[in-house]
Design a protein around this ligand. Structure first.
Ligand code: ADP
Length: 403
């Protein structure tokens, strides 16, 4: 079965076509700058293999419909296409960031699902309108193909109220659904299953702390394979220190800077989401640039790294308390998979809690799933590459089989 995975944003459509018999990526790419004077499309055929081939286009792409037309044209191109016709695409899986508490599983798209996603726009104003545009165009262009929505929030729907409620007036929860939802669920779910497999256990018997460190970062306490707490909240702003997001911060900061600097709520939202985190502390949001700056003696970059490690250790410590027994700490995503310094900083000083890294294993430039803890560590420390597109495609197949 060939599954097209779509991640449609407000001005971009990222996609991957997977052959789910072998779980091979046939092609992948991204349309970007939709609606701007010039848009771009980058299309990779057989990415990551010896036969990888790349096509790039630059032209105005006025809307999502035009973007999808271009993608379909390349996928089915007579010479370089990976399928002969659209009939060879048997399902479309849509990545959805905010499913609120309306969705507790991946589901087949129908009018009620579209209505639900529309209702959730106030809780996902940045992402859900772009997802809806992708679904609308995709239903129009693939009218006979089943479409499935896979949500970043669903994995965390198993959190108990004590973990997802804010201690704000209860009416805010009742009236506006103000609560913690958590994100990156597709990644936390994928690496939990892969980690269980690596440990030779069934996923419903493992307790894990999954640590997704990328541009956006979050941690999850996984008990018997289910999320019981996670660091992101109502939006992906809460929790760890990220590339441009501040993570946990006292809410009283907002009225203070609003009054002192004459900033609007929108400007403060932009400040905390796009001008903070590593970027706010040291002017750089990419971890590789931060390491380069630290090597040159940049004190602010060192502070950013120090704060990042400290916040990560605090969360790991609190999730150890939440879970009691922990089988493994699982690092994933751009920083988690590639950065031994960030991993070491995140568990430094936790040896007395049974967490011991093996220095050489942590530094080894190995790729793929691996154990980087020392033999006498009572908690395993693993690196498991995430693959959100594959998880979306797997869940899409799962929904179709069950329907
Ligand atoms: P996104 O949240 O956009 O999916 P990624 O998971 O791709 O982000 O992670 C991006 C982050 O990973 C960036 O901060 C980048 O610097 C970092 N990163 C990627 N490769 C390395 C590396 N080899 N060493 C350190 N950091 C890396």
């Amino acid at each position: 079965m060939n599954v097209l995975v779509i991640n449609s944003g407000s001005s971009s459509i990222k996609y991957q076509l997977l052959d789910m018999t072998t779980e091979r990526v046939m092609c992948s790419g991204a349309v970007e700058r939709i609606g701007e004077a010039q848009g771009t499309l980058t299309h990779k055929i057989a990415p990551g293999t010896e036969g990888e081939d790349k096509i790039t286009l630059t032209q105005p792409i006025p809307d999502h419909e035009e973007g999808m037309h271009l993608i379909i044209g390349l996928i089915t191109d007579a010479e370089r296409g990976v399928v002969k016709s659209l009939d060879e695409i048997e399902a479309v899986g849509h990545r959805i960031v905010q499913g609120g508490d309306l969705f507790d599983r991946s589901c087949l798209v129908d009018d009620a699902v579209v209505e639900g996603l529309t209702k959730l726009i106030p809780l996902g104003p940045v992402h859900n309108p772009g997802h809806l545009a992708g679904i609308r165009v995709s239903r129009h262009l693939f009218p006979k193909v089943p479409q499935v929505t896979v949500f970043d929030t669903v994995f965390h729907q198993t959190m108990p109220p004590r973990a997802y409620m804010y201690a704000l007036p209860y009416e805010l929860y009742e009236e506006l659904k103000v609560r913690r939802y958590g994100f990156h669920g597709t990644s936390h779910s994928y690496v939990s299953k892969e980690a269980a497999r690596f440990l030779g256990k069934s996923v419903d018997e493992v307790n894990l702390i999954t640590v997704h460190l990328g541009n956006g970062s979050s941690m999850c306490a996984v008990q018997n394979g289910k999320s019981v707490d996670t660091s992101m909240g109502l939006t992906p702003l809460e929790g760890l220190i990220m590339g441009t997001r501040c993570g946990d911060a006292d809410l009283a900061i907002y009225p203070l800077i609003g009054a002192a600097k004459g900033m609007s709520i929108e400007e403060i939202n932009d400040l905390t989401n796009k001008q903070s985190g590593f970027k706010g502390i040291c002017g750089k949001n990419d971890m590789r640039d931060i390491h380069a700056a630290v090597a040159k003696g940049d004190g602010r970059a060192k502070l950013a790294l120090d704060m990042f490690g400290y916040r990560n250790r605090k969360y790991i410590g609190s999730y150890l308390a939440v879970l009691g027994r922990v089988d493994a700490i699982v690092f994933t995503a751009g920083i988690g998979e590639n950065d031994p310094v960030a991993r070491e900083l995140s568990v430094r000083g936790l040896e007395h809690m049974g967490i011991k890294l093996d220095h050489d294993r942590n530094l080894a430039p190995t790729r793929g799933a691996r154990d980087i803890s020392s033999a006498d560590s009572t908690v395993r420390v693993l690196v498991i590459p995430t693959n959100e597109e594959l998880e979306i495609a797997r869940q899409t197949v799962g929904v179709l089989r069950a329907s």
